[in-house]
Design a binder for this molecule. Structure first.
Ligand code: SF4
Length: 310
């Protein structure tokens, strides 16, 4: 079945004519929401081990992590983006960042970077550095929002608000950097009206990419305590499929969909079990759009030129 949303694979194939994969690396960063600058607790869902970095080692220099991947997994007919993923990958001084980011271009198959960070950990110098690296390369800044409801952001201890996110997106766009927004469906207290507001907010900004995640419970998190104490309940698989489809309907059609499910390693996962059925659920979200005779952007509510682009 054809995809009813603008997938990352479609975007990459259209530009490069081939598959582009991500090499996830761990540059050893921490986060101001964990190291005490803002808080020591972190977001209530934050996995202390960091996200996505399953077979990588914080002990290796980043270039060595990339080299290891190139030697063991890379193919000649693919391109790669190096993904600075766990924790806050702009949380260091500019010299350290410059050395780290530039050290990974070891091979012509590495065409760019993805840099995961928080909206309150960017400044003009960092944006200028990222913009300079973007010249002629494929660079994405991955910015966590999670929800556009400030009450929810407070409840999950994000340590920033909706306005911080908007300012970071507008400044990044002005610097010529592509932003991929991250959101979560199923956060405590959120309703379909919150999801709709978040989708409309994202579509009103010069965001170029989107990751939609479901809320899952990882071990040793504050949210695990709330879940085991029955203080919160989780979004069901069927509701998630419905709500993710509805979110896509309100998302601007030019926004590239990087992801439609959260990812948690089996050994770190508490619940829900369907977290491990990723391809099936992504397929079912597309099927849900087909059953509605719908597609990404069908219900986008705002003018197609987002704020901050002109
Ligand atoms: S901003 Fe990211 S790394 Fe920092 S506490 Fe929240 S989820 Fe964890």
């Amino acid at each position: 079945m054809n995809k009813r949303y603008y997938s990352l694979n479609t975007y990459f194939k259209g530009i490069y004519g081939r598959r582009v994969r991500k090499i996830c690396i761990d540059a050893g960063f921490t986060c101001p929401n964990r190291d005490g600058k803002l808080s020591q607790k972190g977001c209530i869902f934050c996995d202390e081990k960091g996200s996505g970095a399953d077979d990588i080692s914080r002990k290796l220099p980043v270039w060595e992590q990339v080299n290891k991947y190139l030697e063991t997994k890379a193919r000649d007919n693919e391109y790669y983006l190096v993904y600075f993923q766990p924790f806050t990958n702009t949380y260091a001084n500019i010299k350290i960042l410059e050395t780290l980011y530039k050290s990974v271009f070891l091979d012509k198959r590495i065409i760019g970077l993805s840099i995961g960070t928080r909206p309150d950990c960017l400044d003009e110098d960092k944006l200028m550095l990222i913009a300079e690296i973007s010249g002629g390369r494929e660079v994405w800044l991955e910015l966590g929002l999670q929800s556009s409801n400030d009450r929810t952001l407070k409840r999950v201890n994000r340590g920033h608000n909706k306005e911080d996110f908007e300012k970071a997106v507008v400044a990044s766009n002005k610097a010529g950097i592509k932003v991929c927004a991250h959101i979560i469906l199923g956060l405590p207290g959120e309703t379909p009206a919150d999801y709709a507001n978040t989708a409309d907010f994202i579509s009103s900004l010069p965001v170029k990419g989107l990751k939609i995640h479901h809320l899952y419970i990882a071990k040793n998190t504050e949210i695990e305590r709330l879940y085991t104490g029955k203080e919160i309940s989780l979004i069901s698989k069927d509701t998630y499929i419905q709500e993710a489809a509805s979110f896509l309907e309100r998302t601007r059609p030019d926004i590239v969909i990087h992801r439609l499910m959260g990812d948690c390693r089996k050994e770190r996962l508490v619940a829900p079990e369907w977290t491990l059925q990723k391809s099936e659920i992504v397929r079912d979200i597309n099927k849900e759009l087909a059953a509605r005779n719908s597609w990404q952007g069908k219900k986008t509510r705002m003018a197609i030129v987002p704020r901050g682009t002109i």
